[in-house]
Ligand binder design. Structure first.
Ligand code: ADP
Length: 139
């Protein structure tokens, strides 16, 4: 299988609890390679765009408040089958259902406070990478 790239966001809980290095070390230990990294604050517009699929949900204002608490760190990560492998390393969205040994099982709190976002398909990865990185920012 060819190299793929996915988009990871370290959410405010990861930034606040200084979990970024530990989680990144897991990705690197799995052989995945960094292609780009940046820190940014979510504007209202970027948040609406990134979370368009949950914008009508009753919990969206809570997600909005959480994701804007601190800047987030965006990571472009490459490797074979990287979309599925990263989601396996993270565990399910709901941290309470995530097994120990997964990132969310070890460090997550609940369904919202779950350490990282990761693209859920190659198609969405391409869209999300463009949302956070210009071509010249990926190596
Ligand atoms: P994922 O981020 O794992 O792809 P979703 O796309 O389903 O998961 O949800 C996007 C984000 O919305 C989640 O990461 C989480 O932050 C938030 N979210 C999803 N469901 C809930 C919920 N029931 N309550 C609060 N936040 C939620």
């Amino acid at each position: 299988m060819s190299q793929e790239t996915t988009l990871i966001l370290f959410k405010p809980d990861a930034v606040t609890k200084s979990l970024v290095g530990q989680v990144l070390a897991r990705f690197e230990a799995a052989g995945l390679k960094i292609r780009g990294v940046k820190m940014l604050r979510f504007s209202d517009a970027l948040l609406q765009e990134h979370y368009a699929h949950i914008a009508s949900k009753p919990f969206f204002p809570e997600v909005q408040q959480f994701m804007q608490q601190t800047p987030v760190i965006a990571l472009a990560l490459a490797g074979e089958n990287v979309v599925a492998r990263v989601r396996d390393l993270l565990g399910p969205t709901d941290s309470k259902k995530a097994a120990k040994g997964t990132v969310r099982g070890d460090f997550g709190v609940d369904v919202m406070v779950n350490v990282c976002h990761a693209s859920d398909s190659l198609e969405n990865a391409a869209i999300e990478l463009k949302r956070f990185f210009s071509a010249g920012e990926l190596f």
